[in-house]
Design a protein around this ligand. Structure first.
Ligand SMILES: *Cc1c(COP(=O)(O)O)cnc(C)c1O
Length: 329
């Protein structure tokens, strides 16, 4: 236990680690999936691990209203609304049209539909508006009315949020050792706002494992994502008392973003089809489909080979399959 371990309980114990025999046979390496798409309320997904500590911090500060930057198809927003709903707090989603409408029901389907069912309070702002200043204004108004607002960091990717994925790295290594023996050679995960990957890198490193963590970028095509992950990893190692002069190597692949965030790629679609048709496992066009296309690409390029074992972290996003119902043609 460290002083950072105060959590609200949003998950019910470790998520399963499952072997994917059909996909392994197709691709070569032994492929396992960490089911972080399961567990908790609101439809599940990686943001819940992050919110366990972030929302505990909000409660410690007496917050009654959680504010998040998002959009109609944001998993982070859907799960924040779900968390607030469960805990009896208010939430406000400040929504920008981050992703152009992909089909006629894009802003009513998927995450938008689930948020509506939870009676979410969504405030729309222009694409040009600045999230942070809009959230500050809203927070200011809430304070004026006697409330206590708390602004959630972008994508839940700050130090406290990332610690949820230090926990996850420990779970993966433990479950793998019990089920298979030894440690996996690779972990592959989506890198969006970067906190999930940073926690996995730091957690794997602190456990002394040689497992190589690959982040597949779905948002930034440049060094931005590297800078975010590097500094989060350094902060975690420093605050958890590990010498930060010795920072693990960080592997991020920016070749699988495609045309941009939220815009489906052909490789992502192929990965979604392959995973669903061989394992009945559903990935989405925004995050996990692109991450799986990165894994497939790395295997085809011979960077990950048949002798390797890979844990693919399924970070959730199932509602996006419906929002992008027309993506597979
Ligand atoms: C947010 C999200 C990610 C990305 O996680 P980051 O910590 O922001 O990098 C991956 N997959 C899904 C389904 C997400 O909702």
């Amino acid at each position: 236990m460290s002083k950072y371990d105060t959590k609200v309980n949003l998950l019910n114990g470790p998520s399963p680690l499952e072997f994917l025999p059909n996909l392994s046979e197709k691709l070569g390496p032994k492929i396992y999936v960490k089911r972080d798409d399961l567990g908790g309320r609101g439809g599940g997904g990686n943001k819940l691990r992050k919110y366990e500590r972030i929302v505990a911090d909000a409660l410690e500060r007496g917050a009654d209203t959680l504010i998040i930057a998002g959009h109609y198809q944001s998993n982070a927003s859907r799960l924040l609304v779900a968390t607030a709903c469960q805990l009896g707090l208010h939430s406000i989603v400040v929504s920008k049209p981050m992703i152009p409408e992909q089909n006629p029901s894009f802003n009513q389907n998927g995450n938008a539909l689930l948020m509506k069912m939870m009676n979410a309070h969504i405030i729309e702002i222009d694409m040009q508006a600045d999230y942070l200043s809009e959230m500050d204004n809203i927070a200011h108004n809430i304070r004026q009315e006697g409330g206590t607002p708390y602004i959630i960091p972008f994508g839940g990717s700050n130090f406290l949020g990332s610690l949820g994925y230090v926990d996850c790295a420990q779970e993966i290594l433990h479950q793998y050792k019990e089920a298979v023996g030894g440690e996996p050679s690779h972990i592959v995960v989506t890198a969006g706002s970067g906190g999930t990957m940073a926690g996995l890198v730091a957690g794997t490193y602190m456990a002394g494992a040689k497992t190589k963590v690959h982040g597949i970028s779905v948002l930034h095509k440049d060094d931005t994502i590297h800078n975010i992950v590097d500094s989060l990893v350094a902060e975690i190692l420093e605050k958890l008392g590990t010498s930060s002069s010795d920072i693990p190597e960080i592997h991020i692949d920016t070749n699988y973003v495609g045309k941009g965030y939220g815009l489906p790629s052909d490789q992502g679609k192929e990965a979604m089809m392959m995973t669903a048709s061989s394992e009945a496992l559903f990935l989405c066009p925004v995050y996990t489909g692109k991450a799986m296309s990165g894994l497939i690409g790395n295997i085809r390029e011979g960077k990950i080979t048949s002798g390797d074992s890979v844990v693919f972290v399924h970070t959730g996003g199932y509602p996006l399959v419906h929002a992008y119902y027309d993506v597979l043609g």
